[in-house]
Design a protein around this ligand. Structure first.
Ligand code: NAI
Ligand code: MG
Length: 495
């Protein structure tokens, strides 16, 4: 930072070009194997096809490890092992003993938190600040929370008895790999089920580390099975006759395929799908605080968040001011090395996702939107997208209606509460939303009128294991988190 002193009066000049020194998190303690096998029946075993695929670091395109590609035979082995563990061990065990195992997983996750955070950032591209402060602690918190439920399930529904379903098939995406594994596995185990989980093909490594943790926690073999592969492996799991429930988080398109595939079977399901959240800022809001929340809402995790506040509605009288402040704040965001502790925005998860985002930027411009991108430079290798906002868009613009899943904010203005509620709801999705105002009455009015599963007021992207999360309309079916998240893993019989 440059300082100059004049002789008479002291004038301080700040050089606006200063930069943070690099502060990379160490990866010396990370031990990755050349290749990873399938975690079935408490041990790692080779895929029957002998096939492996690569997982890379999206920040530099370098290979991290080879990962087993599970086919139908492997899926069958995993489901059979889960069934045997359910019949012979897990369902027979006293609930309080099941709880102890779940606590143990949480404790080991905490002990290995740094390792998990670094691997999460390497495999998926997210900033270490997020994997370290959000993903990993929250994942452990879910195991702690649901461990507490294990011996209380019989009191969960007064006047009824609740039983586990059996074997749960679980398929998760690449945006919060370890956290999504925790959201799925913890309630399933607490309710007394056994599990076959498939992580996403671009981010399998923390799930495989979780497999090691589960083995180290001494869980009876087969209670949790973790198999890797792409869409075909997921489809084989969905279609396996031996599963009682499917829990899926991912795209709305695949969610629909799953619904069709299991129609007419007895399989239960929960689907957590896409979103296009509206963040609504009224003229009476604390503007600086709101700007910070909007930034967090859309640029957190490169916008790879189903509940990202990707649509912004600003009350007309403060629109100019808010947009100016947003652009100024965006300029200060640091895009780059996910392992650097100063990084705000890491790498886009895959080339495929980056291509999709770029496609939407083109669509936005072609539709007449005015695009603003920050002037930061991005590394030459890897997949990167500068923080972007669009003004001059309308309700019918594709970038307003469709999920982009990247750091791209579409801004519209409004005059009245009624108008903004109508606009915010006029969308196929309904996962989340945000409202920024000084008036409690407005908060109640807007939050109860928004057709969305979660609405934050004067904050954004806050999660807690005790609160349910899930969507309306094409954003999905069922809830995860809290007691609500336990129920889809139980068969409730009223006495
Ligand atoms: P995807 O829905 O294809 O992948 C999610 C998971 O489903 C992965 O584990 C994948 O292997 C598995 N899968 C794929 N096809 C399957 C099938 N036919 N049956 C069973 N499992 C299957 O999502 P993708 O292609 O990675 O991303 C595409 C778009 O989806 C993104 O651009 C984003 O808009 C949205 N998305 C939404 C997420 C959310 O959290 N709601 C998470 C990831 C993606
Ligand atoms: Mg990867």
């Amino acid at each position: 930072m440059a300082k100059t002193k004049s002789k008479k009066n002291v004038a301080i000049k700040f050089d606006t070009d200063w930069k943070y020194d690099p502060a990379p998190e160490s990866k010396d303690h990370i031990r990755l194997q050349e290749s990873y096998d399938l975690f079935i029946n408490g041990e790692f075993s080779k895929p029957s096809s002998g096939k492996y695929f690569e997982t890379i670091n999206p920040a530099n395109e370098k290979k991290l490890a080879m990962v087993a590609d599970a086919n139908e035979k492997d899926v069958d082995r995993a489901v059979t092992s889960a069934r045997t563990a359910y019949d012979k061990t897990w369902s027979k065990m006293p609930a309080k003993e099941r709880g102890k195992y779940i606590y143990r997983i949480a404790r080991i996750m905490q002990e290995r938190a740094r390792e998990l955070a670094v691997i999460e950032s390497m495999d998926g591209g997210k900033a270490i600040r997020e994997s370290r402060d959000v993903d990993v602690p929250l994942a452990a918190a879910h195991f702690f929370y649901y461990a507490g439920w294990a011996d209380k399930v019989k009191y969960a529904v007064p006047g009824a008895s609740a039983k586990p379903l059996g074997v749960a098939g679980q398929i998760i995406p690449w945006n919060f790999p370890l956290l999504m594994a925790a959201w799925k596995i913890a309630p399933a185990l607490a309710a007394g089920n056994t599990v076959v989980l498939k992580p996403a093909e671009t981010t399998p490594l923390t799930a495989l580390k979780l497999a090691e943790i589960i083995r180290d926690a001494d869980l009876p073999p087969g209670v949790v099975n973790i198999i890797t592969g792409a869409g075909a492996t997921g489809a084989a799991l969905v279609n396996h006759p031996g599963i009682d429930k499917i829990a899926f988080t991912g795209s709305t398109d695949v969610g629909k395929i799953i619904q069709k595939a299991i129609a007419g079977t007895n399989k239960k399901y929960t689907l957590e799908l896409g979103g296009k959240a509206a963040n609504i800022i009224f003229e009476d809001a604390a503007i600086d605080q709101a700007v910070e929340g909007i930034i967090n809402g859309i640029f957190f995790n490169q916008g790879h968040v189903c509940c990202a506040g990707s649509r912004l509605f600003i009350q007309e009288s403060v629109a100019k001011k808010v947009i100016r402040k947003l652009k100024d704040r965006m300029e200060t965001l640091i895009v780059g090395d996910p392992l650097d502790k100063n990084t705000d925005i890491g790498a886009i998860n895959s080339k495929m996702q980056l291509d999709k985002i770029k496609q939407y930027l083109k669509i936005g411009v072609n539709e007449g939107g005015e695009m603003f991108q920050t002037s930061c430079s991005v590394p030459s290798k890897g997949f990167w997208c500068k923080p972007t906002l669009f003004t001059n868009v309308s309700q019918s613009s594709r970038i307003v209606q469709e999920e982009i899943f990247g750091p791209v904010l579409a801004i519209q203005t409004f005059r009245t509460v009624e108008e903004v509620i109508e606009k915010a709801n006029n969308i196929p999705y309904g996962l989340s939303g945000g409202v920024w105002t000084d008036k409690g009455s407005k908060i109640f009015k807007v939050t109860s009128a928004l057709r969305a599963g979660v609405v934050w007021a004067n904050t954004y992207n806050k999660f807690d294991p005790t609160s349910p999360f899930g969507g309306y309309k094409e954003s999905g079916v069922g809830r995860e988190g809290g007691l609500h998240g336990l129920m889809p893993y139980l068969e409730v019989e009223h006495n």
